[in-house]
Write a protein that binds this ligand. Structure first.
Ligand SMILES: Nc1ncnc2c1ncn2[C@@H]1O[C@H](COP(=O)(O)OP(=O)(O)OP(=O)(O)O)[C@@H](O)[C@H]1O
Ligand SMILES: [Mg+2]
Length: 331
């Protein structure tokens, strides 16, 4: 638990809805525009130096939540505060000044690295544009960042296309760290890598998080990794967070029926028997047409009449452990 630490990020009732295209007939009939509620009423806090895991089935809104917090998307409603400052609707110069404070480590860093720029220039340019250090300090800082990421200056003049996936991810990490960001999102940082390389990158991220006291939102399908490196875990279902709590408690005593199936369906330890995704019965309903009441009720074995009609609030069920369920399973 990191709640004795200062608050870094406060997210309140955040929504990101994507309006759906209408057919001409629908337009002529003046039908209401349907909304895909990718993120719907999410509230949580992140403390300085904390690694918060974000989990949930494919399409539940993890990346959209991260992108909305990073202000790559404008929120539909709700608030995001970074160090007390409301950043939800910043624009222009104020938004540009915010950018360096929040960095993202991507699933495939290749798509975000300029293939015509050497590793040295990629990082040096970040330092220069954002005036992180004075010009004469740039070479030493580039070397330090490469070393921290497990690379050396020997590769500095080479180009992204010359590297393996693992090395490219190390370059992506060095670049993300170059601006001393207050907050880092790692969105599936190893899922595109060979299994043999994944552990190295995960260990590097965990080590940097500890040593630099980084604040991280760590998105992953791999619950073993989440259990291994995060302090707290947040579970999302159909755009909303249904459970948040200390990592060990979430895995040992999941309170939401969805978290319970999710953690039970976690891939086996045998690396040859790994599943890419969680195996849960039934399809999640569409985020365009969500069920009334608790959105998990059509798949929930414990569903009651209340669950079919009333939306459960996210409430504290034990210190620091929050759950949005009318009948949480407290073991
Ligand atoms: N730019 C967009 N425009 C319209 N719909 C979008 C957009 N981005 C995401 N969506 C939709 O929002 C929902 C949530 O998508 P998102 O990518 O956030 O899920 P995710 O949890 O990150 O999934 P995955 O685990 O597969 O990465 C999905 O239904 C997706 O189709
Ligand atoms: Mg995603």
């Amino acid at each position: 638990m990191r709640e004795d630490r200062p608050l870094l990020l406060e997210v309140e009732h955040l929504c990101k809805w994507f309006p759906q295209k209408q057919s001409i007939v629908e337009m002529l009939q003046k039908k209401e525009i349907r909304q895909l509620k990718a993120v719907n009423d999410v509230s949580f806090q992140l403390y300085k130096g904390e690694n918060l895991g974000l989990v949930g089935e494919s399409g539940c809104g993890k990346s959209t939540l991260a992108r909305t917090i990073l202000r790559l998307y404008e929120p539909t409603s709700g608030t995001v505060r970074l160090n007390g400052q409301d950043i939800s609707h910043l624009r222009g110069e104020a938004l540009r000044r915010l950018r360096p404070q929040m960095q993202m480590i991507f699933q495939d860093p290749y798509s975000s690295l300029n293939p015509r720029m050497s590793v040295y220039d990629t990082i040096a340019e970040m330092l220069k544009v954002h005036k992180v250090v004075s010009d004469h300090e740039i070479p030493a800082r580039v070397e330090q960042l490469l070393m921290m990421s497990g690379l050396s200056m020997d590769i500095a003049q080479r180009f992204p296309g010359e590297f393996s996936g693992g090395q490219r991810q190390r370059i992506g990490i060095a670049r993300a760290l170059s601006l001393n960001p207050a907050f880092i999102v790692a969105d599936e940082p190893v899922s595109a890598l060979d299994v043999s390389i994944q552990a190295q990158i995960i260990n590097l991220l965990a080590q940097l998080q500890r040593e630099l006291d980084l604040t991280v939102l760590f998105i992953s399908h791999d619950l073993r990794v989440v259990r291994h490196i995060t302090h707290r875990v947040m579970v999302m279902y159909l755009g909303s967070n249904v459970e948040v709590g200390p990592t060990e408690e979430i895995f040992a005593r999941p309170a939401h029926p969805y978290t319970q199936v999710l953690t039970k369906a976690a891939p086996k330890l045998d690396p040859l028997n790994r599943q890419r995704d969680y195996a849960i019965e039934g399809e999640p309903p569409s985020p365009i047409n969500t069920p009334p009441g608790c959105k998990f009720h059509p798949r929930c074995p414990f569903c009651t009449d209340t669950c079919r009609t009333q939306v459960p609030e996210l409430r504290e069920i034990s210190p620091g452990h929050l759950c949005a369920c009318h009948k949480p399973l407290i073991v």
